[in-house]
Design a protein around this ligand. Sequence first.
Ligand SMILES: Nc1ncnc2c1ncn2[C@@H]1O[C@H](COP(=O)(O)OP(=O)(O)OP(=O)(O)O)[C@@H](O)[C@H]1O
Length: 713
Amino acid sequence: MFSFVRIVVSSFLRYRLPTALLLAAIVVELAYETFMPLSFKFIIDFAIVPREYTLLVIILCLMVSGALASVVIGILRDRMFTKLGSRIVTDYYKQLFEKLQSLPTEFYHRTNGGDIVSRFNNDLISIDTFIMLIPYALLSLFGLIFNVAVLFILQWQLALIAVIGLPLCLVGPKLFGPKAYDASYKLKEEQANIATAVQENVSAQPVIKAFGLQSLFIKRFDDHMTHYRNLSSRSSFSNFLIDRTTNMGTMILNLTTICVGSLLAYHGILSIGSLLAFSSILISLSYLVAAITWLAPQFIQATSGMQRVRELLEEQPSIYDSETARDLPHFERGIEFREVKFGYTPEQLSLNGISLTIPKGTYAAFVGASGSGKSTIINLLMRFYDPQQGAVLYDGTDIRQIALQSLRSQIGIVFQESFLFRSSIRENIRLGKPEASDEEVVQAARSAEIHDFIMSLPDGYDTDVGERGGRLSGGQRQRVAIARAIIREPAILILDEATSALDPATEVAINATLQRLTARRTVISVTHRLASAEHADCIYVLNQGEVAEQGSHQQLLKLPAGRYKQSWQKQTGFEISEDGYHVEVSAERLKLFPIFADMDDSFLQGISHFFATESYAKDRTIIHEGDPGDKFYVIVRGKVEVLKKDELGGNARVAVLSDGDFFGEVALLRNVPRTASIQTLTPVVFITLQREFFQDLLKHAPHLAEFMESRSK
Ligand SMILES: Nc1ncnc2c1ncn2[C@@H]1O[C@H](COP(=O)(O)OP(=O)(O)OP(=O)(O)O)[C@@H](O)[C@H]1O
């Protein structure tokens, strides 16, 4: 609590003049408010009883002008304070937001989005509410001190009783304050959990609907609510107890002093005017104590809110410019990974001793199965993380010795799903180079081959792209993202699965654009789709965090039984029509599936005509665990995840499948329930074969039917 007061005081001290004026205004108001009850003594004892008319008029005039001055000064103070208070609060918002910009990717991987948002939504708002009450708090606190001082001037014995009794009022806050603080802090944590749960639930609606998980999530939310209810009632009850016990204290105090005061007045020890002044000061004291107890819960909420805000402000970024960091001069020679070992967690290495060099002006592609470490290469190249061993070097300089801003300003990156901000197309492109002229924006859009489309829109470059770019198609979004990356004329262009989430026709078109754009540039591409890497100068095939093979497409195809060759064979053999709605598969390719491996070519030729093409958007559940199985699926393009129900009723990912992978072969032979659910992670094109067609064909080849049966047993 003291640190909260210290932080608030230091925030005010940054604005010394307005703070000094504010305090002066408060002193004037206090003087008037304390004088008011005291006026009874002067009016009765010095003017009415001795019948001093002139003095009476002077006192009344003083009271009226004092009231007027107090009102005017009060309004000025309100005006001044609202400006000062909101400036201080916006400073906190800014500090927190700036902090978020400085925190590394690793922080965002381990922190819930809802928790961060809740620090803005709940914690800063409780601080805001209390700061706006500060003048009121100061008036109440200093009012208490001023009034007690006046009591001593009036009658010290009686004042002593009041002062001894005052701590009675503080018993409640002392006893219940820590409990209220604790409950308030936990309540805020739970509010953050609820925000996270709601945020996750909204994003996961397609999965929730597809798997019929509504009741499971309602049950989980109920658990949150039970916890929230308990914490909320604990927090409020502690605050009520503080309020109630303080009021009891003031009641006892008032009663005692009024009784004693009346007895003193009866015996002529205290004048009537003093008794009246005394009791009205006591009444205002009770109001002040009530005000302070009303403020206590706000103070407690703000203190626990400030604790959570400070936790975030004190978060130490793991990636920052070292004191010796220098700007990277224009990128000239190349990038080197030297014996790089890196793991996101101590238990698992995601890159295990990577050594390679990418010379300037070349195209390097990283390919490999899901989880092989492709994205991790980019995370280290961008210095989102630092390696635990070895080093990443640009032009021979360790990346840790390069100023981050100068490094990233030379890199343009296109992600798999490029985030567009809710503003115009022009502004989205310009984000790549904030100082770019309109001509440069148009030039970048032309290079990304989206200028004509933009010009066909009624608002052209001023068209609002909608939330996350939702008013544009996936391909258009990606082209805007390409324009955003190249407007800065980056020395290095990074493509992180840049075309993987697109439908086949759009993918082909954007790959063609990229091929034109990437000529003579240093390009680093990460992709699971080998066709996108075919033209690279060097392809690195990653396997479990190591480079398993490297070389050009032709060199890699020559490696006998090489990983690349196998993956290439797996991903090729499909002919996709231009619109992407029809896929032909060759008999040769079918032979690579174990179920067809021993069948003769003419039979496979026959089967190939019975494959249907099916396309699905991202986040669709195409197979539910337990459903009857009647189809064999081959992924022509795209990624799916295989999910199995866990003990808690949720779905656990057991594998990720991509181009050339297949599932459900047993469904060709008999009707067995699906053993897992399949959900698309990107738009996916499948070819599928129905059991009834396959079985019909088998009828014409009885020897194969027998063979298949024997294999399946
Ligand atoms: N933030 C993270 N925290 C912990 N482990 C991670 C994290 N990101 C990736 N990993 C792990 O590191 C390994 C390499 O992951 P990476 O994302 O680089 O693979 P990838 O080849 O890009 O896979 P994909 O093609 O599925 O994106 C995987 O085992 C993955 O589980």
